[in-house]
Design a protein around this ligand. Structure first.
Ligand code: EPZ
Length: 419
């Protein structure tokens, strides 16, 4: 198991390039199951979750190859319908194969995803949406077993309450091959969802309303393989900008889509950062000391829950008292206890964290608990005085491509050790 040993404090400076978005590539990989042939996806980050999803597709009978950011998925020989527990337990996004397998072949068996570090992660909206398309859903021995009616899935109407990225993707994929008209309301409008829709349209799907909460899908008989280039990872971009802010640095994040980052950029501006926003880059110059900030996480385009931990780390050294309220996952605060070990002053009242900024954090051993919490700890370690060790960095490898190489190129001092 790897850990990071981080020496601080360091001021980050220079340029870093954004990789393709993890949360965009995973549903695109599942969408390859909606056709039989060779799908080609570009700008794919080499992440643990991408490799896991490749293994899942291979278990189903596909052949996958990832090299230099180019991923090919040959689904010609796919006959499998089951996503096994030992794989689903490591990656919840495995549930994305449910909709496509059901829509293309009429059957899917996916192990019921468990919870995660910060609590239960229900799938009722995934299942409810598929049932509305005529699917029969049975829970048996820890598996979700779904079957389509003899004539295949039929169009229907469904409202997501609350809006759900994963459920929108799953039901949208299934609806593309469901006979007739489907209307989905209160859909998630995260860029990763809109990108999936565009890729499906390019493959022959008929979808109206992309980018809005209401999607109308006219089912088609078959789709072509996916041919698409993954959008830049807005969460990775925000993480690097946060790192620059937290360490008092001056960093340019290239190959990003600033329009996908507006709420995070607004928060960084509120904290006193000087931002130069271009078409595909953002430059951040940090102030001598960050100002406190008020953040409430909500669905896109509001402030993303996936950047809450990173901004909490920044608030730990800001001047004044910050408040972070988490409305998507009220328990998503496992990083709080670890940040306190670095000297942070944080109080939790239900879904709101109150952070009293301290002048400097002190390095200490801490433990990663989930993907974004581990990113927050790495950022805090880069700013802290002394040595910080972050255990269980396999969490961070799930969603960040070579994060220590990218941060070290900006002046961080992170060493990966195998322990
Ligand atoms: C996606 O998870 C992302 N994962 C998460 O990123 C992200 O935090 C989340 O969206 C919110 O933006 C991927 O894209 C692979 P949701 P997802 O369904 O789809 C409730 C990361 O760090 N809900 O949008 O699982 C749910 O409890 C990961 O990259 C139901 O009630 O999230 C939550 O309160 C972590 N029933 C809300 O919806 C359901 O069936 C939003 O969750 C599904 C969700």
């Amino acid at each position: 198991m790897d850990r990071f040993v981080i020496e601080g404090p360091t001021k980050l400076a220079g340029e870093v390039r954004c990789s393709g978005a993890k949360n965009a590539v995973l549903p695109l990989m599942a969408a390859a199951l909606l056709s039989r042939g060779v799908s080609e996806i570009g700008n794919v980050p080499d992440l643990r979750d991408v490799r896991t999803f490749m293994r899942l597709l291979e278990i189903l009978g596909a052949r996958c190859h990832l090299e230099g950011g180019d991923l090919t998925i040959d689904t010609t020989a796919v006959t499998g319908v089951e996503a096994p527990y030992d794989l689903v337990k490591t990656m919840r996004a495995s549930i994305y194969v449910l909709g496509p397998l059901l829509a293309y072949g009429g059957e899917a068996r996916v192990s019921l995803p468990g919870g995660c570090a910060w609590g239960p992660r229900p799938v009722n909206l995934h299942l409810g949406g598929l049932e509305r398309l005529g699917a029969k859903v049975q829970l048996e021995a820890g598996f979700i077993h779904t079957t389509a009616p003899d004539g295949g899935l039929q169009g229907g109407s469904f409202r997501f309450e609350p809006s759900s990225v994963g459920a929108t993707c799953n039901v949208l994929m299934a609806a593309t091959l469901a006979a007739g008209r489907t209307e989905l309301s209160n859909c998630a409008i995260e860029p990763e969802v809109t990108q999936l829709g565009r890729a499906l349209v390019a493959a022959g799907a008929r979808i109206d309303g992309l980018g809005t909460p209401t999607l109308v899908i006219q089912g088609v008989g078959e789709l072509d393989p996916i041919r698409h280039r993954v959008i830049p990872d807005r969460i990775e971009a925000g993480t690097f900008l946060c790192a620059a802010a937290l360490t008092g640095g001056d960093v340019v994040v290239r190959d990003c889509v600033p329009a996908h980052l507006e709420s995070a950029l607004a928060a960084l501006g509120d904290m006193g950062c000087l931002l130069d926003v271009g078409t595909d880059f953002v430059r951040l110059q940090a102030p001598e000391r960050l100002r406190a900030v008020e953040i409430v996480t909500r669905p896109y385009p509001a402030f993303p829950t996936d950047m809450q931990a990173q901004f909490m780390a920044a608030a730990c050294v800001a001047e004044g008292v910050s408040h972070l309220t988490e409305t998507i996952y009220p328990d998503r605060f496992t990083h709080t206890a670890e940040l306190r070990r670095l000297g942070a002053e944080i109080r939790l009242d239900g879904a709101t964290a109150t952070i009293v900024g301290v002048p400097v954090l002190e390095g200490a051993p801490v433990m990663a608990t989930d993907l974004r919490a581990s990113a927050a700890l790495v950022l805090a370690g880069a700013a802290a005085r002394g040595t910080t060790t972050v255990d269980r960095v396999y969490h961070i490898d799930r969603g960040y491509e070579r994060i220590e190489a990218k941060l070290n190129a900006l002046g961080a001092r992170i060493r990966r050790e195998n322990v």
